[in-house]
Design a binder for this molecule. Structure first.
Ligand code: NAG
Ligand code: NAG
Ligand code: NAG
Length: 399
């Protein structure tokens, strides 16, 4: 009796075990070297990368494009899953190597991911935009028809995807561009470029929803993170920024029919030596738009020029028409628990629109020191409405 139960259990166990082995996730690997890529830093590997992607795209299961250790030189590379043609269940890009851009590449982007779902990029590899020569040619502050320099890694219409442990260095323009994406997570990203490299935003988001950026280090020549029109439900946490222009919402109001910016949380971040800390910027002469429900909390500023800044007269070229007042409404912006040091006297500066004053700004537990001779630290409010809670430094200018 008991021995037959034991036998039955054994049989069950064997069946379950066999089933578990069969069902074990199995990933088909497409190694770029099998498609002609050579990691010697000389041969252009973009075609090989795209061929590996094509095979992965057609794979009915879990697919992986593998870029092993080595230096891979690559020109414009497009990974497109247009018209839902890809059959994979999930796609992983395992990037262990260094991918290097041509120094003379022009156009909108260098490595482009478009119309892809369930993508994971991982591996700790590096994308080197080799921007140094291109930066010298950037005259976009003065010239509206300036030469288009490519963004390093661009995501367009990408959804339900994750990017982990990727390094981007010396991009010619924006390092990572997120456009028309849904539900993307960026974790442990490292971005670096010199503080005087022009327009090299770290991560630029636009027309995208449910994007998170966590545990990342960004040091670059422009905004560490910028959230342009149509940024919705954005979560930024554990990010260290510097050098750079800080974490910014904007610029807004520059184009007709821009989408709103709403639902932004920036939490537990550190800014070191940046030009701005947390900033919202809109053009003075502008089309209508709205920024609402934005929270900046638990933020440490280390020697930041303008730690808390709303600029509705944004004009980087200095050549703007100043008689206009911004048509962008800013409301429900919360600044909570922000401390550290300001490197200018004006640590809290709200320059809001004359025609559409900022509404419901909140200042709570702000402690910012300034040790220059022209001190003490101060705050300034123009057309800014809201409330402040408790004692703070500088004393609040909100009424
Ligand atoms: C920051 O990172 C730590 C450690 O990885 C994690 O436990 C924590 O939840 C993160 N903080 C936020 C605010 O997301
Ligand atoms: C805040 O961020 C730092 C890294 O920037 C991390 O080590 C720490 O765990 C985070 N704290 C919380 C409460 O999330
Ligand atoms: C504000 O934004 C956060 C983050 O996206 C969201 O969870 C929350 O529901 C929003 N609150 C309002 C009142 O819209």
């Amino acid at each position: 009796m008991s021995s037959s139960i034991i036998l039955l259990l054994r049989v069950c166990f064997v069946i379950i075990f066999a089933w578990a082995v069969r069902a074990r996730p199995y990933t088909k690997v497409f190694d770029v070297r099998n498609f002609g890529a050579v990691g010697n830093g000389k041969i252009d590997c973009s075609k090989a990368f795209m061929k590996a992607f094509e095979m992965a795209c057609a794979w009915e299961g879990d697919a992986m494009v593998y870029i092993p250790k080595g230096t891979y030189y690559a020109g414009l590379t497009i990974f497109s899953g247009e018209k839902d043609r890809c059959k994979f269940r999930t796609l992983r890009f395992q990037v262990d190597g260094i991918v290097k851009a041509p120094t003379d590449l022009v156009g909108d982007s260098w490595i482009k991911f478009i119309y892809i779902k369930r993508l994971t990029i991982d591996g700790g590899g590096t994308f080197d935009g080799q921007g140094a020569l291109a930066w010298k040619l950037n005259d976009c502050n003065m010239n509206r028809h300036c030469r288009k320099l490519p963004k390093s890694i661009t995501f367009d219409f990408v959804a339900h995807s994750t990017v982990n442990r990727i390094h981007s260095v010396n991009s010619k323009s924006v390092h990572i561009n997120v456009h028309a994406c849904r539900n993307m997570k960026f974790n442990s990203i490292t971005i670096s470029a010199p503080d005087d490299s022009p327009n090299t935003d770290g991560i630029h988001i636009g027309n995208s929803k449910s994007i998170s950026i966590m545990s990342s280090m960004i040091g670059t020549g422009d905004d560490c993170i910028s959230m342009s029109p149509g940024s919705e439900d954005i979560y930024i946490a554990n990010v260290t920024c510097g050098p750079g222009h800080g974490i910014s919402v904007g610029s807004l109001g520059g184009d007709k029919d821009e989408l709103n910016v709403k639902g932004v949380i920036v939490r537990n971040c550190t800014l070191i030596g940046t030009d701005n800390g947390v900033r919202i910027k809109t053009w003075a002469k502008s089309y209508p738009n709205v920024v609402q429900n934005v929270t900046f909390e638990d933020i440490f500023m280390n020697s930041v020029d303008k730690p808390i800044f709303i600029d509705q007269e944004y004009c980087p070229s200095g050549l703007c028409d100043t008689k206009h007042s911004s048509n962008v409404q800013i409301r429900d912006v919360h600044y909570r628990n922000i401390w550290g040091s300001s490197s200018t006297k004006l640590a809290v500066h709200f320059v809001c629109s004359r025609s559409l004053p900022c509404q419901n700004l909140e200042l709570k537990r702000i402690f910012l020191r300034y040790s220059g001779k022209d001190g003490p630290v101060s705050s300034s409010c123009t057309h800014a409405r809201g409330d402040s809670f408790g004692k703070q430094i500088p004393a609040s200018c909100l009424k």
